[in-house]
Design a protein around this ligand. Structure first.
Ligand SMILES: Cc1cc2nc3c(=O)[nH]c(=O)nc-3n(C[C@H](O)[C@H](O)[C@H](O)COP(=O)(O)OP(=O)(O)OC[C@H]3O[C@@H](n4cnc5c(N)ncnc54)[C@H](O)[C@@H]3O)c2cc1C
Length: 659
């Protein structure tokens, strides 16, 4: 049974224990009960929106990020859009329908109540962002434009060309800057949270590293919020920004915060395929492209072989010899099936030998039909920057005519393949977004809350901004209300000193290994293990092998790592080593969770559990729960704690995107 976590701290006089700390205390000014301090770690869409909102509400906010500006957070990478149930298209959308699509898209593994709240506030987000001046695309008549994303049969995705994340972040950043100017938010750029400090069972502060000087700094507050993004880079190659890491989340996990559903990792179907061994990053081609692009491979195996050998090009294959396999298998949703379904279908075709590039691990995304129908100008208005990005990386421009067969123009198709993209799992939070450590909150991609086993496209930005603008600023007050009579602790407390000492000792340990291997070489090897054994198709045997290999590689990391330089000043290799240490913990956690979940659902596909047609086969009788993991020390198996799911509004059934 799940442990029940009570996030309500009873109000009352300062307990005896606190009086002992009196010498260090800065008591709350009784004239200003709102003088409460909150640390917000992260300035992505979740962190920036939360910090700005909390500042505006009168809290004193300490806001940190690892980049040199909040505007460079990973959130700027978001291309395609953000969902909301405005129903501007008059196509039958509603809050209920967004709620339903999200729960179904997540393969019935999300917490129903959270998703309903998310759908309810989705419209407010758009209003908030428009008020900030976010330049969403508009129709000719001035209404905000919408496009469709996977897993929905309505158009509810608001967008700003292929740069939605960047524009939304600029909006959040302007609100944040207002609060910085007003003195309510103190911004620390190029600071990395290394540990959370727990005093008497509550999160009371953090230890951060000034990434430029190497100095460790203590911050104390009445509550700590982490908004530090996902753990996709555990796989080394992913669409995430290179700086994305899970250090803050893993440290919270080590300190007692449960980690929920780590095996729910999203593999995005439309990424530029891996092209060699020297690559350190993969590039996403936004899901929005599936509105107008059609995915196909050749029908005939000899055509596929010719494509792989380079003796034939995609545009030489006529219409009747193309297999639009998503349209064939899922007629109701076609190219707009959810990501997990589209990714597995691409893998299935490539595994059968129908891949279209030299590695055999690619399928086509073709705009010929839509360019012929709408004209290149309209297509460029919608996806211009994505076409240009694709050309910069591959030297192929998808808007170039390549061939004409029977009077039909064929354009150069993109080549795409699934890649690690997003992590649905994350730090466990209750309905108030509080973790299992009182006073510690988690928002945005770093929590597990809303997407179940698979996130629908354009729902991450919705969730991050819902958390930051409309949920956390209210729910955190249920905790802080009682804190008004509690003192903010001093950073001279022994708990801070001890946490700082441990972080410092870790830096020394990593620097003093003085082995022979670079951080990246070990990280790349970890990524191979993750992709091979904990990737798109998992088996019990493979997961056990993966875990064994990870243990061995972690030993190699601990004994043969080489980190140049010192801990004073800027040392990027040292920072990467810290991240890699935590990717090891994370990778094992993903594998443990995947091994314990003997079913397939959403992004977690256990090959032993599939239907005859190769679809994911859930086991609701035994696995209808959130899998929360409690840390039990390095090298030990964590403990599984279950939070049973309760559905009141939606009937749990097998997902169907066919009709
Ligand atoms: C290529 C790409 C395209 C995408 N497109 C879309 C889309 O169109 N629509 C959509 O809904 N979603 C999209 N997503 C997903 C979405 O962008 C992310 O899920 C979302 O932006 C995450 O926001 P966040 O605020 O939770 O975290 P992030 O944006 O990752 O921000 C994390 C913040 O935490 C800080 N940080 C991290 N660790 C520490 C630490 N230890 N100490 C201090 N600070 C720290 C970082 O500096 C940063 O400020 C896309 C993702 C990718 C990779």
């Amino acid at each position: 049974m799940a442990k029940v976590i009570d996030s309500k701290i009873p109000a009352g006089p300062v307990p005896e224990k606190w009086k002992e700390y009196k010498a260090h205390q800065r008591l709350v000014n009784p004239k200003n009960k709102l003088k409460l301090d909150v640390i917000v770690v992260g300035t992505g869409l979740a962190g920036a929106s939360a910090a700005a909102s909390l500042g505006e509400m009168g809290f004193n906010v300490i806001n940190l990020c690892i980049q040199d500006s909040p505007r460079r957070a990973h959130s700027i990478a978001a291309q395609g859009g953000i969902n909301a149930a405005k129903c501007y298209q008059n196509d039958g959308d509603s809050i209920y329908r967004l709620f339903y699509d999200t729960v179904k898209g997540g393969d019935y593994r999300a917490r129903e109540a959270n998703v309903y709240r998310l759908a309810e506030v989705s419209n407010n987000i758009i209003d908030q962002c428009v008020a900030q001046g976010v330049p969403f695309a508009r129709e000719y008549g001035g209404m905000l434009a919408n496009r469709s994303f996977g897993g929905a049969q309505v158009s509810r995705t608001f967008y700003a060309k292929g740069q939605t994340g960047q524009q939304l972040l600029l909006g959040a950043y302007s609100s944040l800057s207002c609060q910085v100017q007003a003195g309510k938010v103190k911004l620390y750029t190029r600071y990395e949270m290394e540990d959370v400090v727990i005093v008497d069972g509550r999160a009371r502060g953090i230890i951060a590293k000034d990434l430029c000087t190497g100095k460790l700094v203590r911050f104390s507050a009445n509550a700590v919020v982490i908004a530090t993004g996902g753990y996709g880079n555990t796989y080394f190659l992913s669409t995430n920004a290179m700086g994305c890491n899970c250090t803050a989340a893993v440290q919270c996990y080590r300190k007692g915060a449960y980690f929920a559903n780590p095996s729910y990792v999203q593999i995005h179907p439309t990424c530029i395929p891996v092209h060699g061994d020297k690559q350190s990053k993969l590039t996403l081609m936004s899901e929005s492209l599936r509105n107008d692009g059609r995915i196909w491979v050749p029908k005939k195996i000899e055509d596929a072989k010719a494509l792989q050998a380079g003796t034939k090009q995609g545009w030489e294959i006529p219409e009747e010899d193309r297999d639009y396999y998503l349209e064939r298998r899922y007629p109701a949703f076609g190219n707009l099936v959810p990501r997990d379904v589209a990714s597995r279908a691409a893998k299935e075709r490539c595994d059968k030998g129908f891949g279209v590039n030299n590695t055999g691990l690619a399928v086509f995304l073709d705009f010929s039909e839509s360019i012929n129908r709408l004209g290149i100008d309209i297509i460029m208005q919608r996806y211009g920057n994505l076409f240009e990005m694709y050309e910069e990386i591959t030297d192929v421009f998808p808007g170039d005519v390549a061939n004409e067969i029977n009077g039909v123009k064929y354009y150069k198709p993109m080549m795409i393949y699934p890649a690690i993209h997003y992590t649905m799992g994350g730090i466990w939070v209750d309905y108030e977004l509080q973790t299992s450590i009182p006073g510690l909150f988690a928002i945005g991609e770093c929590n597990f809350s809303d997407h179940g086993a698979n996130r629908l496209g354009a729902s991450a930005l919705m969730q991050g901004l819902a958390d930051g603008y409309f949920v956390l600023p209210y729910t955190i007050q249920n905790y802080l209300a009682d804190q008004a009579v509690w003192p903010k602790v001093s950073t001279d407390l022994p708990e801070f000193a001890e946490a700082e000492k441990k972080v410092d000792a870790e830096l020394d340990r990593l620097l003093n290994i003085k082995g022979k291997r670079s951080v990246d070489s070990i990280h790349k090897e970890l990524g191979h293990i993750m992709w091979e054994y904990v990737g798109m198709g998992r088996t019990a045997e493979g997961l056990k092998t993966g875990l064994k290999k990870m243990h061995e590689l972690e030993k190699e990391f601990d004994s043969n790592l080489f980190v140049p330089g010192t801990k004073e000043g800027l040392n990027i290799e040292l920072d990467k080593a810290i991240h890699l240490r935590d990717f090891f913990t994370m990778g094992q956690l993903v594998a443990f969770d995947a091994l314990s979940r003997n079913e397939s659902c959403g992004g977690h596909f256990r090959e032993e559990y599939q239907t005859e047609e190769g679809e994911a086969k859930r086991d609701d009788e035994n696995y209808f729960y959130v899998g929360c993991w409690e840390y039990k020390g390095k090298g030990n198996e964590p403990e599984l704690i279950k939070e049973p799911l309760e559905y009141e509004a939606i009937k749990v059934q097998t997902r169907n995107y066919k009709n």
